[in-house]
Design a protein around this ligand. Structure first.
Ligand SMILES: CC(C)(COP(=O)(O)OP(=O)(O)OC[C@H]1O[C@@H](n2cnc3c(N)ncnc32)[C@H](O)[C@@H]1OP(=O)(O)O)[C@@H](O)C(=O)NCCC(=O)NCCS
Length: 247
């Protein structure tokens, strides 16, 4: 996108802009916001934060990655990705993740992991379809008691663990624009817009969470993995696509 520059965040002002943007996107209280010093520590321990800057220097998106070890493999843990609401759906999130991938590859790392709420359809599409990541793990109430963010609306903080195998043929295919999903072995349906449901009918949202949690847990126990998402046949929501063998 013309006029948006992606570069590493390094200055105190960069990190303060990250703090403000996190607050803007999640509307979190102080206790749930990553403080500026944590960005400095991230950088000094092998991690990095990438920012998307408008021509006037305003930060309009960013992603932070910690240097991590997951199941014995050195990797990056992408702890946050946020794009300013007025700048969404212009490819900035994708560009930030592509630069994160280049960063990892340049340092000999093939894996980037992160977590997301399985009920968030936009994130599911972005992570699995656009980026080509896969999911094999479901964490029940990962962050414990509900956070201060109104986006969570009192639901448990269930999360999927995303594995982005950045040098894999699958990721290369997806990033090249190939999104042809093979027939799935199983599917799990989620609502079209959980954020609206959480406000309009919180009990229904909790029921969805319980049901989706049960299905994911059973399918992962059977060694299937989630590798895509598409609109459900009746158009009422989206469905995750599960597979037996790695593609
Ligand atoms: C997730 C997020 C970072 C994406 O940033 P972005 O700059 O809008 O991302 P992009 O423009 O690169 O891609 C967005 C994709 O979502 C799709 N999308 C947007 N609204 C959608 C909807 N309601 N349903 C399904 N897909 C949708 C877009 O079409 C686009 O997909 P495409 O590339 O196939 O067209 C941004 O929405 C955000 O900051 N959300 C709030 C914080 C958050 O959830 N962070 C991620 C935690 S894992």
């Amino acid at each position: 996108m013309v006029g948006i520059d992606i570069r590493e965040c390094v200055t105190p002002d960069d990190f303060h802009q990250c703090v403000h943007l996190q607050r803007r996107v999640w509307r979190s209280s102080d206790v749930d916001v990553i403080p500026p010093y944590a960005y400095v520590v991230t950088r000094h321990t092998g991690g990095f934060t990438l920012g998307a800057f408008a021509a006037d220097g305003q930060l309009v998106g960013f992603t932070r990655a910690l240097f991590a070890c997951w199941r014995g493999e050195l990797c990056y843990y992408s702890n946050i990705l946020a794009v300013h609401p007025e700048y969404r759906n212009r490819g900035i999130g994708r560009r930030l993740k592509l630069r994160q991938r280049e960063w990892a590859l340049a340092r000999g790392r093939d894996l980037v992991i992160w977590t997301f709420d399985p009920l968030q359809a936009v994130n599911a599409h972005f992570n699995l379809n656009t980026l080509g990541a896969i999911v094999r793990n479901y964490e029940v109430n990962f962050f414990g008691p509900p956070s201060s963010s109104p986006l969570h609306q009192g639901l448990d903080t269930d999360r999927l663990v995303v594995e982005w195998h950045v040098d894999s043929p699958r990721v290369r295919r997806r990033l090249g624009g190939h999104r042809d999903d093979p027939p799935p072995a199983a599917t799990v349906v989620i609502p079209r817009d959980i954020n609206v449901l959480k406000v309009q009918d919180p009990e229904a949202a909790r029921a969805w969470q319980r049901d989706v949690r049960r299905q994911f847990t059973e399918l992962f126990a059977a060694s299937l993995y989630a590798g895509g998402v598409r609109p459900s046949p009746d158009g009422s929501g989206y469905q995750y696509l599960f597979y037996q063998d790695r593609v």
